[in-house]
Structure formats: C-alpha cells, structure tokens
Design a protein around this ligand. Structure first.
Ligand SMILES: Nc1ncnc2c1ncn2[C@@H]1O[C@H](COP(=O)(O)OP(=O)(O)OP(=O)(O)O)[C@@H](O)[C@H]1O
Length: 160
C-alpha cells in the first residue's frame, strides 16, 4: 500500500524530487485506510489500537494548501528549528514556549509580538513555524501586504 504513495504524492505536488520519511508514509497510508473505512461508514478514529495520523493528513484530497503543507521534509524542518532555537534569546524562547504551549494544549490564542526593527520577531516566527512543521502540523504564515509576504521569504498566503 505504501509503495506507490511517494509516486502519487510526487505527481500531486508536481515535485519529482519530493522525499517522504517513514513517518510521513505511515501517515499517508493511515489516511488511505481512513478513506476506505469512510466509504463503509466507519473511520480510523474508531480503531483506537491503530496509530492516528495528524488530522492534516486526513482527507487532504486535492486541496493544494494542504498538499503543500503536508509535504515538507520534516527532518529538514527539525534540523532547522533546532538550529534556530539554539540561539534564541531568553525573550524569544519565552514567547516560543508560550505559543507552542497554546498549540500543544489546544488552548489557542492571539499573540501580538512587537518590537523595534531587527529585534528578532521574524526569527521567532521562523523557529515556531519550523518546529510545528517538523511535527507535520499545518502552519499558514500570512502577511498584510504582498511585499512583506515576499520579503519574509515564507510560503506566505496574503489573506487581506
Ligand atoms: N536569536 C537570534 N540568534 C541569531 N540571529 C538572530 C536572532 N534573532 C534575530 N536574529 C537575526 O537578526 C536579524 C534581524 O532579526 P529579524 O529579521 O527576526 O528581526 P525583526 O524584528 O523581524 O525585524 P523587522 O521588524 O525589521 O522585520 C536577522 O538577520 C536574524 O536572523
């Protein structure tokens, strides 16, 4: 079942160099099982003994945003976030922990980070984004202008 997942993901994303690690392959395989189960009125969630993929892998279908967001190389993201986190200042680390905690506990929240130019706001976002993507989570960075979105060099969506 897993054999042709990589091939199909490469076709879907039009990226012939796409690589998926074992965990991502497992998630996609589980998502396919979920699809099959749904066709007979059941779902993977009913089988608690099976590992459960992050919801972002379920029913990803042909939504390009979800396809892009679930095809990151999680190992590269992990290497990147560890590198970034290592040199975070105490202030950045406190904010990092606060935002991450709200994601992990599902408490949600709205964080407004402000400070003078060059004080490390973008660096903090990059650290958080890499961390969450390294866990296969979906992050959609947005900017209020097209120029900012371009300058930040992220996979931005301009949702004005
Ligand atoms: N903890 C850190 N360790 C190493 N480099 C850092 C750290 N924080 C910020 N930097 C570096 O400092 C520079 C400015 O940081 P950054 O772009 O995050 O600032 P900013 O607050 O977003 O600025 P602006 O408001 O002008 O967009 C960048 O080159 C960034 O990589």
């Amino acid at each position: 079942m897993v054999d042709d997942i990589l091939l199909r993901r490469r076709e879907l994303t039009s990226n012939s160099n796409l690589m998926l690690n074992d965990q991502q392959l497992q998630f996609y395989a589980l998502a396919e099982i979920d699809d099959l189960l749904r066709s007979i009125g059941k779902s993977l969630k009913q089988f608690e003994q099976l590992p459960q993929p992050p919801t972002s892998y379920l029913k990803s279908g042909s939504n390009n945003l979800i396809i892009e967001e679930t095809t990151y190389n999680v190992q590269e993201m992990e290497t990147e976030y560890l590198k970034l986190l290592q040199s975070c200042t105490e202030e950045q680390r406190n904010l990092y922990n606060a935002v991450l905690n709200s994601v992990e506990t599902g408490s949600g929240g709205l964080y407004f980070v402000y400070g003078s130019g060059g004080c490390g706001k973008t660096y903090l976002w990059r650290t958080l984004i890499c961390k969450l993507r390294s866990e296969g989570k979906i992050v959609l960075p947005v900017a209020s202008s097209g120029i900012a979105a371009t300058l930040k060099g992220w996979n931005n969506r301009n949702l004005q």
